[in-house]
Design a protein. Structure first.
Length: 699
């Protein structure tokens, strides 16, 4: 298998595509071994995936539609986050298209959400401090920035459908909430103003680490390598460039004909980034090294230095393949423009909710899922009023919650395969915490003298707050008005540490009292981060302390409705677990960002919904032949649907792979039904329903 740089297809999508094929082939061979050398009387090949059996024979012709009994499919959707709301939008789009064509098929849905209506959107969560709109007194607790690149195109297509337009914010500071405004990854955008850097209790103001290092006589501005434990030829290059140069090895391999790049990434997938950098099992490679930086293995201090400046503490515990692919996909175009949503990212969820006919049912936690028969699934739920044991029945259930939340449900009779149960238990989720303070004025913009941070960007440190994010949405506010600063954005262990100071008390007054220690830590860290020769620590602390009004803090691992911030795949988890996770478990379908290669991004949730619904329809089309019309709509590649977010399989998926997954879903469901004593078809009956004439004959 090969991956290609010279294509519009992102590398991560290519990686996922090949793993979808590999996972499907593994499942195919498992069934092949169970059934012998023949399936439906047809000899089967062993080493490659043949074309899938047709899931439907003789679908009804258009001239026959009017004679068919209208069919309504009831879908239960668990969770009102991005994936849950998008599921409703997709089903409504199907209804509209099917109605236009005169197809006697429609979909009903019901969204059950554990949280209250104020939390529509799940991890699209914006906390509003309650000030006047022109003060922009809010911050994004969850998703907050959106790069407009090919990977994220479906998200921007959705923005367009919802009327969320890009605006020139400087020229239109009164643009309506929901507008897309520039998000500045660094102070001043392309002009790059200075930002604060504080490591080892040493402060430097500079545009980037390279500048910090070059302006230091010994290239060690933070005295990190005073004991010379990091080799000079590595240290002098800088942590980001060391990683970039190591990733260049993969880029070179991908330029070679054949499978060199794929083989290299498969090796990387067996190791965490930390393990790879410490052992370098394949360096130097046959494809050739970048030739600028000494290749790994590196010692402990070198790896710690790289991780400290390139990510959060323990960030290098993820699979090295994930680290490499993220860097390659987001490095291909340095001119990529980033955006945030005026009014907060939750505006996206609110717009999605406005555009669906049936609103979510809130304060309703699903406690159990039971698959009783073909297109027969029950869920039990409990309301905030204490009503428990109530049952709802659907033809299918689309679960959009995080896997951590799904594990809280009674799934004994849900018909899930063991690999899926294993993924629910063990697939990694990253921790993340955010802390924001509302100040009486934007002191970082106006009061730091020559070091004012006027146009977004980040503050960089190894302090407890780690990363300080300067909002891009209040940079044009009047001086003297209140302003919110996202003073701490942390991941992994850093998030756990600061999360220990965050109270879960629902009483906001009491919560703030219990977070006095957190408040004081944040103010001290902010003063330390922003200190300079012109304004030493004590002066900055004296400036900002009386400007404090209130604060808000959130630890995503302490949120019972998420139990983690985003999927964080560890070694071999993507290659082994993901192909199993995306295959329908009978009439229970798992979607969300964890079921996509684009973890932690809204686009991952959106793409997973399209694939999940399409695969489920394929599972049931043999008994409901009219489903083929809905499948055609979902998989549309027509020019008229080019920018339609509600159709088009993800770039890592194709009809044949989805068809095989649908087939395996049928087989798995029949096995489950047989085990629970429900009506199930025997293997021979099952295969007679399908058309195996397309299978490639074995030699």
């Amino acid at each position: 298998m090969s991956l290609k740089l010279d294509t519009s297809q992102p590398l991560k999508a290519q990686w996922a595509y090949h793993h979808a094929i590999r996972g499907t082939l593994r499942e195919y061979n498992r069934h092949r071994d169970e059934l012998g050398d023949n399936l439906g009387g047809v000899p089967l090949p062993k080493d490659e995936l043949p074309p899938p059996p047709l899931l439907v024979k003789d679908p009804p012709k258009k001239s026959e539609w009017s004679s068919l009994e209208p069919q309504t499919v009831k879908m239960g959707v668990i969770g009102a986050g991005a994936a849950g709301l998008f599921t409703a939008q997709v089903l409504e789009h199907l209804n509209a298209r099917l109605g236009e064509k005169g197809v006697p098929l429609s979909f009903e849905y019901e969204i059950l959400e554990a949280a209250g209506s104020d939390r529509v959107g799940g991890r699209l969560f914006t906390y509003d401090f309650g000030g006047p709109r022109e003060a922009h007194d809010y911050y994004d607790v969850g998703a907050m920035r959106f790069p407009h690149n090919p990977v994220m195109q479906r998200t921007f297509d959705l923005f367009e459908k919802l009327g969320m337009k890009k605006v020139d914010f400087e020229a239109n500071p009164d643009a309506p909430d929901g507008s897309l405004i520039p998000y500045y990854m660094n102070n001043g955008g392309v002009k790059k103003g200075k930002e604060p850097w504080c490591y080892n209790d040493i402060n430097v103001w500079a545009t980037d680490y390279t500048t910090v290092q070059e302006e230091s006589p010994d290239k060690d501005p933070f005295l990190i390598n005073a004991n010379k434990t990091i080799p000079d030829d590595v240290f002098s290059v800088g942590p980001a460039n060391v990683m970039k140069d190591n990733i260049e090895t993969v880029r070179n391999a991908l330029k070679q004909p054949g499978n060199a790049g794929w083989d290299l990434l498969m090796t990387y997938d067996k190791y965490s980034t930390r393990q790879f950098l410490g052992t370098a099992p394949n360096a130097p490679t046959e494809a050739g090294d970048a030739g600028k930086v000494r290749p790994p293995p590196y010692n402990y201090d070198t790896i710690e230095w790289m991780e400290t400046f390139n990510g959060g503490t323990d960030w290098y515990d993820q699979a090295h393949s994930e680290t490499v692919l993220e860097n390659l996909d987001f490095d291909y175009d340095a001119t990529t423009k980033w955006f945030c949503i005026l009014g907060g990212a939750q505006q996206l969820a609110k717009r999605m909710q406005e555009h669906i006919a049936k609103k979510p049912t809130y304060n309703t936690r699903v406690t159990a899922i039971r698959a009783n028969g073909q297109m027969d699934v029950d869920v039990d739920y409990k309301t905030s009023l204490g009503v428990e044991g109530t049952k709802k029945s659907y033809d299918a259930v689309i679960n959009t919650t995080t896997l951590g939340c799904m594990r809280d449900m009674d799934l004994r009779k849900a018909g899930l395969s063991y690999p899926v149960k294993q993924a629910i238990r063990s697939l990694g989720y990253g921790g993340s915490s955010k802390c924001a303070i509302k100040f009486k004025r934007a002191w970082w913009i106006h009061d730091l003298k020559k070091h004012n941070v006027k146009k977004g960007g980040l503050g960089h440190s190894d302090l407890s707050l780690r990363t300080c994010v300067y909002p891009s949405y209040n940079i044009y506010d009047k001086e003297g008005t209140s302003a919110v600063l996202l003073c701490s954005y942390t991941w992994q262990q850093d998030a756990d540490r600061i999360g220990s100071l965050i109270s879960n008390n629902p009483d906001m007054v009491q919560k703030l009292k219990e977070e006095e220690r957190l408040k004081n830590l944040l103010l001290r860290n902010l003063a330390q981060l922003h200190a300079s020769d012109e304004m030493p620590y004590d002066e900055v602390l004296k400036l900002i302390t009386p400007l404090y009004e209130t604060h808000h803090a959130w630890d995503w691992y302490e949120d019972p409705n998420t139990a983690g911030a985003f999927a964080f795949f560890r070694p071999q988890q993507f290659s082994a677990m993901w192909p199993q996770l995306i295959q329908p478990s009978g009439d229970v379908v798992i979607v969300g960002e964890a079921a996509s290669p684009h973890h932690a991004w809204v686009v991952g949730a959106l793409e997973s919904v399209i694939h999940g619904i399409h695969a489920w329809l394929g599972m049931n089309v043999h008994n409901n032949k009219i489903f083929i019309e809905a499948m055609k709509i979902l998989a549309s590649t027509d020019e008229k649907d080019k920018n339609n977010p509600f159709v088009g399989l993800p770039p890592y998926m194709e009809n044949d792979i989805t068809a095989w997954q649908s087939f395996f879903g049928i087989v798995h469901r029949e096995q489950h039904l047989s085990e629970i004593g429900a009506k199930a078809k025997k293997g021979s009956e099952l295969y007679e329903m399908l058309d195996f004439s397309r299978l490639t004959l074995a030699n």
